[in-house]
Write a protein that binds this ligand. Structure first.
Ligand code: EPU
Length: 300
């Protein structure tokens, strides 16, 4: 099987932050067979979805990655929708609606793709992926392809068994309810409007929430209270309407973002003794200063 693989791949335009250098090798599988073959042959390869939750170093990455953007098959079976990991949140939501299926309206504004959203149990407005997932088809280094039902996924706030055991989500099945298409569309519109008001649009390059909410508190509130909305680093700054977003409106660098994250993290630690945990992923390794910051922010 010849699988699409690109060398020295310029990734910047594909990231929602509009930041990032070149990746040594990028694999672009189109189906589960190709995907698992790549994983079998490259045990340490990293997997990325729509890059809406990832900061990539301007100095690039010297290893191999998989991008799921060509894994986009989606089908309906009775009241279930089965989507490959590369399907994007809005497409999933819209397809469900067109088939009179309710339950995924909250995903209409999610910039990520199904794989990443299941992996991290994405959520908004008190609704989470875990509310609707029936099962996920995952890949494990030791056991190969496995089917995990909702209970076996060990979902919690922004986490799942996939993170703990390094499982890759290949496909997911969501169980929905039949409902009126116009009522579903109305709820989707409401969710989109909410998002437009509360979060920077992708026209303003950003990466969603930067830090996870600490137990019982809100990263946005903590950051706001320490003056984060006035923080600027090179070409990036904290968004003036929500202190847990960074926007890249003046062609900032990956180091600008990490420096700003460190300032945000340090101020909250200094004032509250709370060490915020990044929600966004980082891919890099070739820049000494970035590596030092990541050691503190990511504790590794
Ligand atoms: N707040 C402030 N100042 C700020 C920002 C927020 O005081 O600058 C306060 C708000 O007033 C509110 C509380 O903090 O009382 C929580 O803020 P918000 O309602 O905006 O929700 P959030 O916890 O910051 C979470 C998710 C979002 C999701 C929204 C809506 C996390 C880290 N973020 O935000 O997810 O869309 O709820 O449900 O859990 C994402 O993951 O990328 C993301 C955007």
């Amino acid at each position: 099987m010849v699988i699409n693989c690109e060398k020295n791949f310029d990734i910047k335009k594909l990231t929602s932050f509009k930041i990032g250098g070149r990746i040594n090798e990028v694999f672009l599988p189109e189906n589960i067979d190709e995907f698992s073959q790549i994983l079998d042959e490259n045990p340490d390869i990293k997997v990325f979805g729509n890059l809406s939750n990832t900061l990539i170093s301007d100095d690039g990455y010297s290893g191999k990655i998989i991008l799921t953007k060509n894994m986009n098959s989606i089908r309906i079976e009775n009241n279930s929708i089965i989507a490959d990991c590369g399907v994007k949140g809005p497409q999933l939501s819209q397809t469900a609606c067109e088939n009179n299926l309710a339950g995924l309206e909250f995903m209409i504004g999610f910039p990520g793709s199904v794989g990443g959203e299941v992996y991290m149990n994405a959520s908004a407005n008190s609704q989470a992926i875990s509310d609707r997932l029936n099962y996920a088809i995952c890949y494990s280094k030791n056991e190969g392809i496995m089917k995990l039902y909702n209970k076996e996924m060990e979902f919690q706030y922004r986490s799942s068994r996939c993170q703990k055991e390094n499982l890759v989500v290949l496909q997911a099945c969501f169980e929905l309810e039949y409902s009126d298409r116009f009522a579903i569309q109305k709820r989707m519109n409401e969710n989109l409007n909410f998002r437009k008001v509360h979060q920077p649009s992708l026209v303003l390059p950003n990466c969603g929430s930067i830090f996870k909410n600490p137990a019982g508190d809100s990263a946005g509130r903590l950051l706001d209270s320490v003056g984060a909305k006035n923080m600027i680093s090179g070409g990036v700054r904290v968004w003036e309407h929500h202190a847990n977003f960074i926007v890249n409106d003046r062609a900032g660098s990956s180091l600008d973002v990490l420096n700003l994250m460190f300032e945000m993290y340090s101020k909250v630690k200094e004032n509250y003794g709370i060490e915020l945990e990044p929600e966004i992923r980082f891919l890099g390794g070739n820049n000494k200063k970035e590596n030092e910051l990541c050691k503190i922010l990511y504790k590794k």
